[in-house]
Design a protein around this ligand. Structure first.
Ligand code: AMP
Ligand code: MG
Length: 278
């Protein structure tokens, strides 16, 4: 079998620019089926290379204990948040990576401000917190369903900008991914969940009601990205329909941010060079 050509670094870097979203983002300009010109097999082997690079960077991050990284994953039901976590973060030191999912707030959580439960899981320096849903639910599901009055969710964009900026100032870096799947892809994935007994546990009938609110969610996603895309806490809109392209795009962007942090192993505590252990 002829070996697949690999990706040039230029090809590999495409998502850094193409997925970055700013204050004037039009979500429907992002193609959920985008593949950045990559071929599937080449992308899969490039992902393995990226995972190895990430493992080294994360080992340094952990040793240096100087910076933390908060990764936010948002997306519609069946948008691939869980799959992205499994694919991209596999092989990284479990000591350095913690994954947190945020569902409907408990009574205890609801008794506090909406950032309280999120802040409790912000990464300690040296580690990465991966959020499967996040404080953004408080301007997404909450906005779409009118769970609080309009002025209450509207002012949250400002809180979130300010809070994420404070985190950045404290060397807790925030990087946000919106997994952008097409309506047809979501339909297929929800159907698969219903049809596969091993996947059925992920499905609730309420997911169909949420799907019916597709347009409202798109509007809410677009507003959230526009309002909170900052230089310090960027948003990336990731094409979600092809899992192999999605995984490599997220891995490459993650590596970019770890490269920028540029963590270094700390010097030895004592002058031990040349010491022989007997
Ligand atoms: P899942 O990710 O499938 O476990 O579902 C979690 C559910 O919790 C989703 O329907 C979210 O919209 C919902 N959820 C998460 N955060 C909030 C929030 N702050 N307020 C209301 N619902 C939320
Ligand atoms: Mg769900």
């Amino acid at each position: 079998m002829p070996s697949e050509p690999g990706l040039t670094s230029r090809q590999l870097d495409a998502p850094l620019k193409k997925c970055r979203a700013g204050k004037r983002v039009e979500l429907d300009r992002f193609d959920p089926r985008e593949t950045f010109g990559w071929q599937k097999e080449a992308a899969k082997s490039a992902l393995a290379d990226e995972q190895a690079r990430l493992a080294e960077l994360v080992a340094r991050l952990y040793a240096a204990e100087a910076d933390g990284l908060m990764i936010v994953l948002q997306g519609i039901d069946a948008g691939g948040k869980g799959g992205t976590i499994r694919s991209v973060f596999a092989g990284l030191s479990p000591a350095a990576v913690n994954v947190f999912g945020f569902g409907v707030p408990s009574d205890e959580e609801r008794a506090h401000d909406y950032l309280w439960r999120i802040h409790a899981h912000a990464p300690r320096r040296g580690t990465i917190s991966v959020f499967d849903r996040s404080h953004y639910e408080d301007v997404l599901v909450v906005r779409v369903h009118g769970l609080v009055p309009d002025d209450v969710w509207q002012r949250r964009y400002r809180h979130i900008r300010d809070w994420e900026r404070m985190l950045g100032d404290e060397r807790i870096h925030v990087v946000k991914f919106l997994l952008n799947v097409s309506s047809e892809e979501q339909r297929e994935r929800l159907q698969d969940r219903i049809d596969d007994p091993d996947e059925r546990w992920k499905f609730r009938l309420g997911d169909l009601d949420e799907r019916a609110l597709w347009g409202d969610y798109q509007e809410a996603f677009q507003a959230a990205v526009r309002e909170t895309a900052t230089a310090d806490a960027p948003w990336y809109v990731i094409p979600g329909d092809r899992k192999w392209a999605r995984n490599l795009a997220v891995a490459r962007i993650l590596r970019h941010h770890l490269d920028q942090i540029d963590p270094q192993y700390p010097p030895a505590a004592d002058d031990v060079e040349g010491v022989v252990v007997v």
